[in-house]
Design a protein around this ligand. Structure first.
Ligand code: PEP
Ligand code: MN
Length: 338
């Protein structure tokens, strides 16, 4: 349930409503818009016997039941777009963010070379996994903390903020010490302990859609993070499993406009995992930006044929530079900038 305050409702009126919500045993989350404030009533709100009691309070315009299970993530609760700060830019604003880098951090020379190349090409942030979720326990698992240190060195040299994956709740403090953005991968989208830990950290989170998850499930996972009062959440469409085998996943382009309509959170696309083949990454990226995505996260490798993970879907730096030029033109057509 959400309580929509009148335009110009006073701070005292807002506080009184919040106090009443808490008195009834619910959590209250305040969304302060440019025009009006909205109070989210969080908990089993079906148990509020008489929602009209709020309508009678001073400063309240109306009370609305939110029919979907996610509340804080919904557009109703927060009508304006949430902008997530990322090193001077704002994800979800007019500028398209381009996060680029290797699937995994493999060595000092590898990550530094790629970081400089993507920076040169126009990237906004650097990606690179230090803790890798691999299907096989025999595959390269990442460099762990050493990888985080190398990412920090790359950030220091290039000024690019770092996006890197965290796979377990206990590692959130360590990864947050090095990373600007905590990535929660597709396989962990419903790792609720991890979502709680990432929410509690108050760190910026990039939440990827599970490969077999609905958009509603993605929004419910975002809700876990938001329930900690952490609204620094960026969603990511990275392709879902279908019967199709010519691509690694099926890029669900629908997710971009649908999520834009349903949530205030920014949404970016991962054309690399969505297609699994570098030769389709340009087309999927252009489509994502045309559809309204707030940015891209793209895998780039200086030597894809020797990559320890995801070489087949990684762009060489010069291909990434071409991609930036293409995205710039599409962005202009949809009134965005790069
Ligand atoms: C990745 O970004 O390298 C990754 C493992 O992505 P996903 O969780 O989407 O599979
Ligand atoms: Mn990868």
């Amino acid at each position: 349930m959400i309580i929509i305050m009148q335009v110009g409702a006073s701070a005292a009126q807002i506080s009184a409503v919040i106090a009443r919500v808490k008195q009834l045993g619910f959590q209250a989350h305040l969304s302060e818009g440019e025009e009006r404030s909205i109070i989210g009533v969080i908990g089993e709100d079906r148990k509020v016997e008489d929602p009209d009691q709020f309508t009678l309070m001073e400063g309240v315009e109306r009370v609305m039941r939110v029919s979907h299970p996610y509340k804080l993530a919904s557009r109703e609760f927060h009508p304006q777009d949430t902008l997530v700060a990322l090193n001077g830019t704002k994800v979800g604003g007019k500028q398209i963010v381009l996060i680029a880098g290797p699937c995994s951090v493999e060595s000092r020379s590898q990550i530094l070379e790629i970081a400089h190349a993507v920076k040169e090409a126009g990237a906004t942030a650097l990606r690179g996994g230090a803790f890798k979720p691999r299907t096989s326990p025999y595959s390269f698992q990442g460099l762990g903390e050493k990888g985080l240190e190398l990412l920090a060195e790359a950030r220091q040299q290039t000024g690019l903020p770092v996006v890197t994956e965290v796979m377990e709740p206990g590692l959130v403090p360590l990864v947050a010490k090095y990373a600007d953005v905590l990535q929660i991968g597709a396989r962990n989208m419903q790792n609720y302990a991890l979502l709680h830990a990432a929410g509690a950290s108050q760190h910026t989170v990039l939440l990827k859609r599970g490969m077999m998850s609905t958009m509603e499930e993605l929004l419910m996972s975002a809700e876990y993070i938001l329930s900690h009062g952490n609204n620094r959440v960026i969603l990511c469409e990275r392709g879902i499993r279908t019967f199709e085998t010519y691509t690694r996943n099926t890029f669900d382009i629908n997710a971009i406009p649908v999520l834009k309509a349903r949530t205030h959170l920014p949404i970016i696309a991962d054309p690399s995992h969505a297609t699994g083949k570098w030769e389709y990454v340009h087309a999927a990226s252009r489509a994502a930006i045309a559809a309204g995505a707030d940015g891209l996260i793209v895998e780039v490798h200086n030597c894809p044929e020797q990559a320890l993970s995801d070489g087949a879907q990684s762009l060489r730096p010069e291909k990434f530079a071409q991609l930036v030029q293409q995205v710039r033109r599409i962005a202009e057509a949809v009134d965005r900038t790069v």
